[in-house]
Ligand binder design. Structure first.
Ligand code: OKP
Ligand code: ZN
Length: 342
């Protein structure tokens, strides 16, 4: 299987994040991609190729142009306001506040275009996020060109980013952008299976009213875990998309054995839906030693996950999402890919 990756993605290198009432060292760091790259090379998974540079158009198919523009110009505005360190939002237009004002202050804009205070924005974030989206788009194009599988080593991740907001370390929704690209260039039915430990709220919201992109997600129960406000079992789509979203929230402490029934059900949905392509939002944070997560996968379980996904028998694009146990991240990621390749 070929991997797509650009070193531009390493330029987003946050120093700190707000977590547990403290400024802590950031966990979504360039070293994550470097560990995966090292394991890919070590275990000779396949060629590692550079993404093509795509125009902004495929991003605008998923994200609001003003949101993309905000990210593009953010650092200039931030530094013009006299700030020099990475930014965190801190005020949001929550219920009772005005939704219809055209905010101009950079602190207002940060709140307008974000969902949390845990996602640092720096001087190279836009360039890295664009490269990450290009990586996913290149993978999508490879499927259209007849490749049976590909691995988009995306970073920063994407599944929490929505139509006009960033959050959960995500800026552009790489998996959604790839899915929309597949739809725009000829496929009729695309499925996204999100196996990141956290619910993919951004991806779900982008396709919630559509039957042409099936969204399935297995994740920690949002009553106990980020993102808290989406990812419950009763969210199954709306309007024309009714029945085309499925969620399997699982309790903290879930191990492979307890995870399997949900995975089997998700695979059954894939069988019924018969997608022409499958996008796997591949988080590796179900791992037992993940520093911010609460599931109990051991490294070999990721081989089993890859093997099970291969049995679905659909052209598959893996898009990397989370996973923060740096030392095991390469092993766990390549385990999925090798399990899949057989
Ligand atoms: C992104 B992805 C822990 C704070 C965690 C956000 C988690 C984002 C996960 N105290 N905050 O889905 O892996
Ligand atoms: Zn995650």
């Amino acid at each position: 299987m070929k991997t797509i990756f650009s070193s531009t993605q390493l330029a987003h290198a946050p120093a700190q994040e707000i977590s547990d009432g403290k400024l802590k060292p950031a966990v979504e760091i360039p070293g994550r991609a470097e560990m995966v790259l090292a394991a890919l090379k070590d275990r000779q998974v396949g060629d590692i190729i550079e993404p093509a540079e795509f125009p902004v158009r495929p991003l605008h198919r998923v994200h609001a142009p003003d949101y993309v523009g905000f990210l593009e110009t953010f650092w200039d505005s931030w530094t013009a306001a006299g700030r020099s360190k990475e930014a965190f939002p801190f005020v949001w237009p929550i219920r009772s506040l005005r939704q219809d004002t055209k905010v101009e202050h950079i602190d207002g804009l940060l709140g307008r275009y974000s969902m949390d205070a845990g996602t640092p924005l720096g001087g190279n974030t836009y360039q890295a996020a664009r490269a990450s989206a290009d990586t996913a788009l290149t993978g999508a194009k490879m499927l259209l060109d007849g490749e049976q599988s590909a691995f988009a080593l995306c970073r920063p991740p994407g599944h929490h980013a929505g139509y006009d907001f960033f959050g959960g370390y995500c800026f552009f929704n790489n998996a959604a952008i790839a899915a929309q690209y597949l739809r725009d260039y000829g496929l009729h039915r695309v499925a996204i299976l999100d196996v990141d430990y956290h619910h993919g709220n951004g991806t779900q919201s982008l396709f919630y009213d559509r039957p042409d992109v099936l969204f399935l997600s297995i994740h920690a129960d949002p009553k106990d875990e980020y993102p808290y406000f989406l990812g419950y079992a009763d969210e199954t789509g709306e309007h024309a998309g009714t029945g085309f979203t499925r969620n399997w929230p699982l309790p903290l402490g879930t191990d492979w054995e307890a995870y399997t029934p949900a995975l089997e059900e998700a695979c059954r949905w894939l069988l019924v839906y018969k997608p022409e392509a499958l996008i796997v939002s591949l988080g590796l944070d179900c791992y037992e030693k993940d520093p911010i997560s609460g599931f109990k996968f051991v490294s070999d379980d990721f081989i089993r996950l890859g093997q099970r996904l291969a049995k679905v028998g659909v052209p598959t694009l893996f898009v990397m999402e989370g996973g923060y146990a740096i030392d095991a991240l390469g092993t766990n990621c390549v385990n999925v890919l090798e399990g899949f390749a057989g």
